[in-house]
Design a protein around this ligand. Structure first.
Ligand SMILES: [Zn+2]
Length: 287
């Protein structure tokens, strides 16, 4: 497989960063700004694009520390894991989740044709990682492959905290009602003694990802929950236990046929990853 494609994308991404950073005032407008849409690389041939677990480490375009995102640390948390379904005792065990305990992890959703959420989350996370690394960021994943169990939600949060991530993103797709479609970004609400310090910066991170994802992915705001693609929650351990700015992206509804067709399309995932990377980069360049 050729790895030359990312180079063009890097240039696009770099120019996107400059434009986005200059045109996005802090406290960004809640509505999508179509002027920030940049030409995306056309859908690429998705055949055989699956990469070996952790393989992105070896095809960096820039060493960490060089490029517009140099010295920035991003933790990407691909939701769930491929072994969860076979380990109910471990994933149902209660762990700290903020004021209350919650199950260690869950199995996640899947499309009607059987594309599982854990696999989607893994596939998309690797693509986002690759893009951010191409711009010099240090990217850490919370799991090393798609075959293990967990880690539990408290450990996922701890990984972002330990690395003092500048931004953390948990990647998911929803298992909503078949008739509802769209994406949403979940932000931490105020939980006394837990999230006070991350509510505001996480909201900005969510707004940057929402803006770029709406334009770049072609997936609309969720029409069955959230408010214009944003949902504030206080019940998620992965957010409550984070001490660094963190959001969850629910990239689409796996149970909806229209969304599922996109989520299952490797070419679409490349576009979605471009958009997510632009959103994260825009947030990192606010500061
Ligand atoms: Zn999920």
């Amino acid at each position: 497989m050729s790895v030359s494609a990312p180079v063009g994308r890097v240039l696009l991404l770099a120019s996107a960063l400059l434009l986005t950073a200059c045109s996005a005032p802090s406290g960004a407008s809640p509505s999508a700004d179509p002027t920030s849409a940049l030409p995306l690389p056309g859908p690429e041939d998705g055949s055989g694009t699956s990469r070996p677990p952790g393989g992105a480490e070896s095809d960096r375009d820039a060493p960490a520390g060089e490029g517009p995102l140099g010295a920035r640390v991003v933790v990407i948390d691909p939701g769930h894991n491929g072994g969860n379904a076979e380990a109910p005792d471990r994933i149902n065990a209660l762990v700290p989740a903020g004021p209350r305990e919650k199950a260690c992890d869950t199995v996640g959703a899947e499309t009607a044709s059987g594309y599982t959420e854990h696999e989607f989350n893994w596939d998309l996370s690797l693509l986002v990682k690759e893009r951010l690394e191409a711009d010099g960021a240090t990217v850490i994943l919370t799991r090393e492959d798609d075959e293990g169990v967990g880690p539990c939600i408290d450990e996922r949060a701890a990984i972002g905290n330990e690395h003092r991530a500048d931004a953390a993103l948990s990647v998911h797709a929803d298992g909503g009602p078949e008739t509802g479609r769209g994406f949403h970004v979940i932000t931490p609400g105020e939980v006394s003694g837990f999230t006070e310090d991350i509510v505001e910066p996480s909201r900005l991170l969510a707004e940057d990802i929402r803006r770029e994802y709406l334009v770049g992915s072609g997936v609309p705001y969720a029409d069955y929950l959230a408010d214009e693609g944003l949902d504030e929650r206080t019940d998620l351990g992965g957010l409550n236990l984070s001490t660094v700015p963190k959001v969850f992206l629910e990239a689409g509804n796996m149970r909806n046929p229209q969304d599922a067709a996109l989520l299952e399309d490797p070419g679409w995932r490349e576009q979605a990853a471009d958009a997510i990377a632009r959103g994260v980069a825009a947030y990192l360049m606010r500061e």
